[in-house]
Design a protein around this ligand. Structure first.
Ligand SMILES: [Mg+2]
Ligand SMILES: [Zn+2]
Length: 248
């Protein structure tokens, strides 16, 4: 059996929602609005975990509890067909490894996977760090994958300051035998920041790009110019990923 790496973006790819927005949408319209204001403020080069972190502090100050946040996350939609797609692929192929590359955070992703019995699906989850405050257990802190005190990542295709997904994919591959130790790498994504890792992949690898989302636009507008080599396959709904995975 060929050795394969399946890389998943999380929001709107693995799950059918944006984790950052969802928690506020479930709990407080006022704070959902506040998140929106913070996102659109400034230069447009906003750093997602920073604005979520600020708004989480407001949520805690407004009296919401850790359980409120966790229960909101447990209600977040993960399509049964996506669950079927990954569990059946994992079952039939020992040689397939799953990696999660996400701009969400460890607490959000860990809670959702645990709720669905998928804690052991991913061999590694590369995302922003988060933790409950030691003295105020209802206050969730969310940081940056690449701390603001570290040198910038130098990505030139537009990754946010807190994480270059292309660099993270390369680092994972180097730490796991190198790119060539995998016969095939596939990537399921939707966002603008999923374009960078696709550029690091090879001819014969596959990018499952969610149709009509920002990644789809970037692939069309910049793919050729940036030398994109992967086969691009479009999907709209989770059942189509199940169909594609059946071919792996
Ligand atoms: Mg996404
Ligand atoms: Zn990048």
């Amino acid at each position: 059996m060929p050795k394969q790496l399946v890389v998943f973006d999380f929001d709107w790819s693995f799950v059918d929602q944006d984790t950052d927005r969802w928690v506020f949408e479930v709990l407080s319209t006022e704070l959902r609005r506040m998140l929106q204001k913070r996102k659109s403020a400034g230069t447009g080069m906003q750093c997602t975990p920073d604005v979520v972190n600020e708004t989480m502090e407001d949520l805690w100050k407004a009296g919401y509890k850790q359980d409120d946040v966790l229960s909101a996350l447990r209600q977040l939609p993960l399509h049964p067909a996506m669950k079927r797609a990954v569990t059946s692929l994992k079952q039939r192929s020992d040689e397939t490894t799953f990696l999660c590359l996400s701009n969400s955070n460890t607490v959000y992703i860990g809670t959702i996977l645990e709720h669905h019995g998928l804690t052991n699906l991913f061999s590694e989850i590369v995302t922003n760090p988060a933790h409950w405050d030691a003295s105020h257990p209802d206050h969730l802190h969310i940081g940056r994958r690449l701390p603001s005190t570290s040198p910038p990542h130098g990505c030139t295709v537009g990754c946010l300051a807190n994480m270059c997904k292309g660099d993270e994919l390369d680092a994972y591959l180097s730490a796991n035998g190198g790119k060539d130790s995998f016969d095939k790498i596939v990537y399921v994504g939707d966002g603008g920041n999923d374009f960078c890792p696709l550029l690091r992949m090879r001819r014969g690898d596959i990018g499952y790009v969610r149709k009509g989302f920002e990644l789809d636009e970037r692939v069309k507008e910049e793919g050729e110019r940036e030398g994109l080599q992967v086969d691009v396959k479009l999907w709209e709904q989770a059942w189509q990923i199940d169909e594609y995975f059946a071919e792996l």
